[in-house]
Design a binder for this molecule. Structure first.
Ligand SMILES: Nc1ncnc2c1ncn2[C@@H]1O[C@H](COP(=O)(O)OP(=O)(O)O)[C@@H](O)[C@H]1O
Ligand SMILES: [Mg+2]
Length: 459
């Protein structure tokens, strides 16, 4: 089915002829004879495109069109009118956002072309709608969890690239979610119902990689006992993620570039052209420019792949996402292992927050998975993470550090510094005054003034 078309036209003969023609072209078509029934039909039928004359003539023509457009804001409206209606039609396009105007008798070939474009537009608008819905709660995007600014930027980029077939290069440290981003792009793209395949170039021996990618014929090399389809053929009409692209042998990178450009593959041991339509996503945990400089990534391939780049921040740079991520992981991993864990205690969460996470979300996932499995109650405690070696040193540093946003009033900085120093010295005022290099009397005066203004609550 090429799309759904609703014809709203009082001229029965015209609309029946058009209906038959469009059905032959592969459209699903319904017809209504006036605007009121047209709007009703449209609500149930959700047409991709509406073709109508009803709004091109008559005193109320534009208000009727307005009503239709309000009910079907995403549906392109093509007007087919007669000579007398040109003026209204122009206004319909300029003021009410009608898509196109045809004068009857309508040229079938021209209509076919315009209709195809209108259906494409309707489809693009619909996909955008789906994306928006998924973006509504920015705490998560598909399976990606995180609310931080760097993640929001990632979501916007994914939204922009998903509907096209453009290549995307995803960079970032190991465990930051590159593969998950690739899956999300695929799931939000028009290819979502076709296969998504990921091939990890660092996990496949160089000698097997070519056959893995392009396939081979029986007998192509020793051990090739039967014909095999490569990833490109298997992912046809879908998406292929080339993970750790810098680990692919240089010669193969050159072949890959040719395949991407010519859109045909040859199985090993065969000269036959096999056309493929595959969207290529690539990922690397190295800086691409450095990889080019040290010769592990071909520059021409980088330029071909790097149409759009998405960089995944390390977890330590979006640590504000940690509580959300941790909770998400507890929920999903408890379900996976049928365990009772539901929450993480504040102290346990603190322990996670002060770790530096060199292994990023993957490391967090492993830590939480282990805790979920051994925790027999609803709440995960600090000791469920033992003997995991968190960077306690960093935690110490965090406890001894006070940070302020730029522009914090000096008086507020002074107050917090005094209170934190007192805390650190176990409320020993002489020691605190010493550290702060003020007199004990000044310290007392400051504390009294805080107390008077309700800024200090003695325990
Ligand atoms: N933003 C995120 N939200 C939820 N899970 C994530 C996120 N980022 C990574 N993960 C999880 O962390 C693990 C590692 O992610 P992955 O995409 O394989 O990382 P990479 O490919 O960068 O090494 C996976 O289990 C993935 O589901
Ligand atoms: Mg990976």
């Amino acid at each position: 089915m090429k799309g759904r078309v609703l014809i709203i036209d009082k001229d029965r003969e015209f609309s029946e002829r058009l209906r038959d023609e469009l059905r032959v072209l592969g459209y699903e078509v319904l017809a209504a004879s006036n605007s009121k029934s047209g709007i009703e039909v449209a609500q149930a039928f959700s047409p991709s495109v509406i073709i109508t004359d009803t709004f091109s003539v008559g005193p109320d023509s534009l208000s009727a069109l307005k009503e239709l457009r309000t009910n079907q804001p995403q549906t392109p409206v093509i007007i087919a009118g007669d000579q007398s209606s040109i003026e209204t039609a122009v206004r319909a396009i300029q003021e009410e956002g009608a898509y196109h105007y045809f004068q009857k008798p309508v040229d079938a070939e021209k209509l076919r072309v315009v209709l195809e474009r209108a259906v494409e537009l309707a489809e693009a608008r619909r996909e955008n709608d789906i994306l928006r819905k998924q973006l509504r709660d920015r705490g998560a995007f598909g399976e990606l969890v995180g609310n931080s600014e760097p993640m929001q930027k990632v979501y916007v980029l994914i939204e922009q690239v998903a509907s096209s077939s453009a290549s995307v290069l995803i960079t970032g440290e190991s465990g930051t979610g590159k593969e998950l981003v690739a899956r999300t792009i695929h799931n939000l793209s028009p290819r979502r119902n076709a296969p998504f395949l990921a091939i990890n170039c660092s996990a496949i021996p160089d000698t097997l990689m070519e056959s893995e990618l392009f396939g081979h014929e029986k007998g192509a090399f020793t051990g090739a006992v039967s014909r095999r389809h490569g990833c490109f053929e298997l992912a046809n009409t879908g998406t292929l993620l080339l993970d750790e692209i810098g680990e692919m042998p240089s010669l193969l990178q050159a072949k890959l570039l040719r395949v991407i450009e010519e859109r045909v593959v040859h199985r090993l041991g065969s000269r036959k052209d096999i056309p493929v339509d595959v969207r290529i996503l690539a990922a690397t945990n190295k800086d691409p420019q450095t990889a080019v400089a040290d010769g592990s990534l071909r520059e021409d391939l980088l330029y071909r792949l790097n149409v759009i780049m998405i960089h995944m921040p390390p977890l330590s740079e979006r640590i504000e996402d940690l509580p959300l991520l941790a909770q998400h992981l507890v929920t999903s991993l408890a379900a996976k292992h049928s365990r009772p864990a539901r929450f993480i205690s504040p102290a346990a969460l603190d322990a996670l927050r002060f770790h530096s996470w060199p292994g990023n979300v993957r490391e967090l996932r492993n830590v939480i998975e282990r805790a979920v499995v051994i925790c027999s109650g609803e709440q995960i405690e600090r000791h469920h993470f033992a003997p995991y070696p968190f960077d306690e040193r960093q935690r110490q540093r965090a406890e001894d550090t006070v940070t302020f946003p730029v522009g914090t009033p000096l008086e507020e900085i002074e107050r917090q510094m005094i209170l934190r120093t007192l805390e650190k010295t176990g409320n020993n005022k002489t020691k605190a005054a010493d550290l702060l290099e003020i007199s004990l009397k000044t310290l007392h005066n400051k504390l009294n003034s805080y107390r008077a203004r309700g800024l200090l609550h003695d325990k």
